[in-house]
Design a protein around this ligand. Structure first.
Ligand code: ZN
Length: 219
């Protein structure tokens, strides 16, 4: 799967229909708050989607892979309830509004846990078991442990920039990595990088520090 920068329509449609796990809902809400074009596309989907959801209620996906979510979005799903939505505000200091709500403040209020090599993470609260959302802090010029994925990883840049392969992602850019990717995203030299990483399955570490990182990070 090729990394990409802009949030794609399937995620926006899934958000509009209330089909995404909470971790993905959070990422979409944060990404849309940083991208006027994505906001416009989402509003168009919501205008149409409201009627569709009324006509055929759908349920949130409680578990399963990102691809399963996308398959459900492209099809139809019988169900009984529409989930509580993550709001999409227009204000965006360092952390977009949905992330500030999850953290209970801005970047200085995040409760970080060290994961080695100066990197830090903070797992954001979700309660549906459908994915994991983490804020990541990577010092300038440092890399995350090399890893691949059992599922899909979506990473939204929030502060600074990170390099993944030969591409650089900045605030508002979205990287999508599938199970065929082994990588070690790294902050660029210009400063520390903060990003939101959402995964739908445990990572598979393959670098020099897998055991340590697995113990510290809970990958
Ligand atoms: Zn990854």
């Amino acid at each position: 799967m090729t990394p990409r920068r802009a949030i794609d329509d399937r995620l926006l449609l899934g958000y509009a229909a209330g089909l995404l796990p909470q971790a993905h809902d959070l990422l979409v809400a944060a990404a849309v708050s940083l991208d006027d074009d994505a906001r416009a596309r989402l509003e168009a989907f919501e205008a149409v989607g409201g009627a569709l959801v009324e006509a055929q209620p759908v349920a949130p996906l409680r578990c399963g892979s990102f691809e399963e979510v996308m398959a459900r979005i492209e099809g139809t799903a019988p169900a009984d309830t529409v989930p509580e939505r993550v709001r999409v505000p227009r204000v965006d200091p360092v952390l977009p509004g949905p992330l500030r709500d999850a953290v209970g403040g801005d970047l200085r209020d995040v409760r970080w846990s060290p994961i080695g090599l100066g990197a830090r993470q903070s797992v954001l609260p979700t309660w549906d078991g459908g994915g994991t959302a983490r804020l990541m802090w990577i010092p300038a010029g440092r890399a995350m442990p090399e890893h691949s994925h059992a599922g899909t990883e979506l990473t939204l840049g929030l502060l600074g920039a990170f390099r993944d392969g030969d591409r650089v992602f900045r605030r508002g850019d979205l990287s999508m990595s599938g199970p065929d990717v082994t990588h070690a995203p790294a902050a660029t030299d210009e400063g520390p990088c903060v990003c939101l990483a959402v995964t739908d399955a445990p990572l598979k570490l393959s670098g020099l520090l897998p055991r340590i990182a697995r113990r510290l990070v809970g990958f």
